[in-house]
Every structure is written in structure tokens, then in C-alpha cells.
Design a protein around this ligand. Structure first.
Ligand code: SF4
Length: 364
């Protein structure tokens, strides 16, 4: 069990030290009481789910929770509820990732790129995590020899141009381990692009140190995709973390998941995306929540998602509108409603954001 913390007594330097945050993570209902009084449902769920999907939260992320609101969108993402036990339709691996793995923890859906799950650890565990079957589970830890096997496979597969380091979270690695891994990848001539999929700018922004950014900068082109879901996550600390990455020349994009009661409304989604753009983070994808075990209470009907993204068009800058997608075992599929309504003769008939119909002659 982690040492109980008294939030007001923590020195500012400790609070901003990512190692301190990792060592003082919340793991029990008793730890959580330093931030809020858990409901009976939450206490029972923490116990009932203890062996099924880990409950861990960084003190920083816990400090964003509203203690007075059990439906707080930050709290709902990370504090278990008994509803997780009642989802008969949910699957363990809805994208069939295991079947798409030529070697352990390498997922290949497309010819030229892979998701390389280098780490099964995260700073905290999101209750809707697509990889809950593996994150936090020791069976999925990548030992050094398994990392070597995966690196050998990449080196022997010349079509692989783009490698996404994900997990879990690659930034939970130490700088030295990440540097070793990036060096090995950069030594493979056909690997053009390295992407990092990380939620640490959101859940533990102090991890994004100047030293980390200076190290990453040596392995360009490096891109980062992070994972903000709600405008309340757009704190000064998170903005500073993204700014450090951007100043190191690393483009930062955002991928959210559409979650019921968290970001499934136009005002919240618009505020999130506009806030990201103010931080110079590009809203890139919003995923439809998968048919994943224990997540029925998070899933949103696709029509509701389509209505949100249709309504954003015309209401905000085009680059603030992410693509609404469904991930499938065959890759990502855009879910947006079509703006092209059909053809009349050779002309295209389109619908503008305000509902106006326009007929455009088709250049030949
Ligand atoms: S940070 Fe990402 S990988 Fe980790 S639990 Fe959350 S969604 Fe899953």
C-alpha cells in the first residue's frame, strides 16, 4: 500500500517531482480519502475489481477530482464503479490485437506501421482502457529479451516505416531505458517515424521534463499523441508539459474517447477541442468507445457522437474538429455523417454546416 499522503503538507518540489508522484500513487479506498470520500459503490467496486483491473491514480490527477461530485468527469475516468461488473456484451480484446501480433506486444493491422506495446505500466489506469486485458498485468511485461525479439522483427520487416510506442505508457520508462529503445529503433534504416502514445501529459505532466525533451529531440522525427478527454484536464501543468514537447520540435496531437457522462455533449467537446488548440495541441481523433468488457456504462450511441461532430462544423475552426472514428480489427473507420448528399447529373450536391444545399459542377 502506498504511504498515505496529506495533500496540504506536500512540498511544492515533491509535488512536481514525477518520481514522488509515482511513489505516492493512490491504490486503496483509504488512500483515496486524502482527496474525497468515496461512495459505498466506489468502495465496493475498488475491492471487487482488485484482481480484475488495477486501481491506481496519481496524486496530481486525483487533485483534479471534485470531492463533492460523484459524477465528476475526472473521478469517473479512474475510480471503479460496480457497473464495471455488469457488461455481458463486453469483450476482452475487441480489436483482436492478439491475433494481429507477429511477436509479443507488436500489433500490426496496416502494412507499413505497428503499435509496439513496450510497457504494460501506466501512471494510472483508466476504467475504459482498451488494453485493460494487459495494462497493469505482469504477464504482459516486456522483458529485455522480448524487446530484443520485437526489435529484431522490426529490423527484418522492411515495410515498417512508422512505429508507435505505446502500452501502457512508454513515458513510464526511465529516460535511460527510453533512450536505449529509441537508439535501437533509429538504427533501423527503414523506420522513418517514431510516435509516442502517452497519457502522461494529462495524468502526470511533471514526467515531461526538460531533460526528457532534450533526449527525445535527438531522435527526430518524433511525434507525440496524448489523451485528454475533458476540459478540466487542461491545467497549467498540462499546458506546460505540452509546451516543453512542442519547443523540442515534437508535434503533439490528441486522441480522446467519447465517454458517456464525461465528454458526450457539444459544449464539453467543443471546450475540450478549443482548449487543446489554445495549447497548440491538435485534436486528432475521437474514438467511439469499443465493445470492451466492463465499459457498457461509458458507451455512447453512434448517432449521438455523429450529432456532436456534425454540430461542431461551422461552430469552430476546422482544425479544432477531430475525426470521429471507430477502430476495428481492420483499422480505423470514420463515423462522421457525410456532407456529400449525392449527384445530379455530373454535379455534386453537398450540404453545408448550416443545412444549406449546394450544387457544385464537377470539373472535368
Ligand atoms: S493511460 Fe492509456 S493505456 Fe494506460 S490505462 Fe489509460 S487508456 Fe489505458
Amino acid at each position: 500500500m502506498s504511504e498515505a499522503i496529506r495533500v496540504h503538507d506536500v512540498a511544492a518540489a515533491d509535488w512536481r517531482d514525477w518520481g514522488w508522484q509515482m511513489r505516492h500513487r493512490i491504490r486503496t479506498a483509504a488512500d483515496l480519502r486524502a482527496f474525497l470520500e468515496p461512495t459505498p459503490d466506489e468502495v465496493a467496486a475498488i475491492e471487487a475489481l482488485a484482481t480484475r483491473f488495477r486501481f491506481v491514480i496519481t496524486p496530481y490527477y486525483a487533485s483534479l477530482m471534485d470531492p463533492a461530485d460523484p459524477d465528476c468527469p475526472i473521478r469517473r475516468q479512474v475510480v471503479p464503479r460496480l457497473a464495471e461488473l455488469g457488461d455481458p456484451a463486453g469483450l476482452a480484446d475487441p480489436l483482436d490485437e492478439v491475433a494481429h501480433s507477429p511477436v509479443k506486444n507488436v500489433i500490426r493491422v496496416y502494412r507499413d506501421r505497428i503499435a509496439f506495446c513496450v510497457n504494460n505500466e501506466c501512471a494510472l489506469y483508466c476504467r475504459y482502457c482498451l488494453r485493460k486485458r494487459m495494462v497493469g498485468d505482469e504477464d504482459w511485461t516486456m522483458q529485455k529479451r522480448e524487446l530484443e525479439t520485437a526489435l529484431d522483427w522490426i529490423a527484418r520487416t522492411p515495410e515498417i516505416r512508422d512505429v508507435l510506442l505505446t502500452g501502457g505508457d512508454p513515458l513510464v520508462y526511465s529516460d535511460a531505458k527510453l533512450e536505449w529503445l529509441l537508439g535501437r529503433l533509429r538504427a533501423i534504416p527503414h523506420v522513418e517515424l517514431i510516435r509516442l502514445g502517452t497519457r502522461l501529459p494529462v495524468t502526470l505532466p511533471f514526467r515531461v521534463t526538460k531533460a526528457l525533451c532534450a533526449m527525445l529531440e535527438r531522435f527526430h522525427p518524433i511525434w507525440v499523441n496524448t489523451h485528454f478527454n475533458h476540459p478540466r484536464e487542461l491545467t497549467e501543468e498540462a499546458a506546460e508539459a505540452c509546451d516543453r514537447l512542442l519547443r523540442a520540435g515534437i508535434p503533439v496531437g490528441n486522441q480522446s474517447v467519447l465517454l458517456r457522462g464525461i465528454n458526450d455533449s457539444l459544449p464539453v467537446m467543443q471546450a475540450l477541442c478549443e482548449g487543446l488548440v489554445r495549447m497548440r495541441v491538435r485534436p486528432y481523433y475521437v474514438y467511439q468507445a469499443q465493445l470492451l468488457e466492463g465499459t457498457a456504462h461509458f458507451r455512447v450511441p453512434i448517432e449521438a457522437g455523429q450529432a456532436i461532430f456534425r454540430a461542431m462544423r461551422g461552430r469552430t475552426s476546422g482544425f479544432a474538429i477531430p475525426q470521429y472514428v471507430l477502430d476495428t480489427p481492420h483499422g480505423k473507420v470514420p463515423l462522421e455523417l457525410p456532407f456529400v448528399k449525392g449527384r445530379e447529373g455530373d454535379d455534386y450536391v453537398v450540404e453545408a454546416w448550416d443545412g444549406a444545399i449546394w450544387r457544385e459542377p464537377n470539373p472535368r
